[in-house]
Design a protein around this ligand. Structure first.
Ligand code: NAD
Length: 364
């Protein structure tokens, strides 16, 4: 059987980590047909949009994509192609596992947490109005009319949380915990301050928890959660949270396990999934054969599991884990000293993982 996958190499370091990952996935012997598509600035220049219809059509047809990071211009230019892609395909789950592998430069060993980030609403709706615009002035007046007060020259970004989006992400988190033999789900919020939005997220998740009596449920405020994660991440298991906290907490967790070079991810909808690492396009390292491709490779492992290729997924994950444990063919970010001259490049890591895949297949 051949799997047809939409492949979005992205920009910055994207093409290098994507190429390394494609080589590793092909080394398993599974047959893939890659349908390449472009997004971001390259697509903007070529088609006048950062998210061309051809790309969306290809993902809708194949139901699955492997994606490298895409740069978002800061302050000006187009809005995030990454956020727009999740929105366009209703990829409402952002699943970000963080695990400390032996030999990685982690802060804590035995970390194995899953961040389940709501992917479609919260402050990422992109509803904003800049200061001194007619919209912002109207909003300031409306706020005043309702008995509140803001500075007249304020800018606004709207945070919205709905029961329907909360219910489906909460159900996903509990279903995931059940299917993967996880013991606990923690909802992360700031409901003491954001009584309406986070209060709703908390109350709906608490309601959903009642349908899963076998799974322990607890709630934590995002600030205390961050402090606890830094001190005792082993206390945590599956965590579900609104979009912005999910973005921040997943990078915190990546830091705990040894950095962004080791943190994979997936954006999941009802029937479409897009696999991509947590990290961005790290433009300053683009084209240098320098960065760690393992986060992207581990996103490929998540993709294999999603395809039902469980044994192969375990095989590739083991190969990556062994390359990390041996510490010989790893990139600069995996070394105690980032200037360690023994660090290898992106493509050499792919060579080492492929060698390990072969070795492990002989040992089977
Ligand atoms: P980043 O994740 O690209 O890089 C931050 C730092 O993390 C890098 O300078 C590097 O030190 C380290 N790093 C990241 N990936 C690494 C890897 N594979 N190996 C080793 N070290 C790695 O974050 P940023 O600099 O804030 O963002 C750069 C661009 O990427 C921005 O335009 C941002 O919007 C975009 N971005 C895209 C996505 C996505 O496509 N899903 C996600 C996050 C950020």
């Amino acid at each position: 059987m051949t799997y047809t996958i939409t492949l979005i190499p992205g920009d910055g370091i994207g093409p290098e980590v994507t190429n390394a990952t494609v080589r590793v996935l092909e080394a398993t012997g599974i047959k893939f047909k890659w349908e390449k598509a472009i997004a971001g600035q390259e697509a903007q220049d070529k088609y006048g949009t950062p998210l061309p219809n051809d790309l969306l059509d290809s993902i809708r047809k194949n139901k699955i994509a492997l994606k490298g990071p895409i740069t978002t211009p800061i302050g000006t230019g187009f809005r995030s192609a990454n956020v727009a892609l999740r929105k366009a395909l209703d990829l409402y789950v952002c699943l970000r596992p963080c695990k400390s592998y032996q030999g990685a430069p982690y802060i804590h060993e035995n970390v194995d947490v899953i961040v389940v980030r709501e992917n479609t609403e919260d402050l990422y709706l992109g509803i904003e109005c800049g200061r001194n615009t007619p919209e912002a002035e109207k909003l300031a007046v409306l706020i005043e009319e309702n008995g509140n007060w803001v500075n007249a020259d304020s800018s606004f970004s709207i945070k919205a949380i709905s029961p329907s989006a909360t219910r489906r992400i909460a159900e996903y988190a509990f279903d995931y915990a059940k299917a993967h033999d996880r013991k606990k789900v923690t909802v992360v919020h700031k409901a003491n301050i954001l009584k309406e939005t986070d209060g709703l997220f908390l109350s709906i998740t608490t309601e959903v928890a009642k349908d899963y009596p076998d799974i322990e449920f607890e709630s934590h405020m995002v600030d205390s959660m961050c402090s606890q994660l830094v001190r005792s991440p082993q206390l945590h298991d599956v965590m579900v949270m609104p979009n912005l906290y999910g973005d921040i907490v997943s990078e915190l967790c990546a830091g705990l396990i040894g950095g962004l070079g080791l943190a994979p991810g997936a954006n999941i909808g009802n029937d479409i999934s897009v696999f991509e690492p947590t990290h961005g396009s790290a433009p300053k390292y683009a084209g240098q054969n320098k960065v760690n491709p393992m986060a992207m490779m581990l996103s490929g492992v998540l993709m294999l599991r999603h395809l039902g290729e469980i044994e192969t997924a375990d095989w590739v994950e083991n190969a990556i884990a062994q390359v990390i444990a041996e510490g010989k063919y790893v990139t600069y970010d995996m070394k105690a000293d980032r200037n360690d001259p023994t660090a290898v490049g992106t493509s050499q890591v792919a060579d080492a993982v492929i060698e390990k895949i072969k070795e492990l297949s002989y040992a089977k």
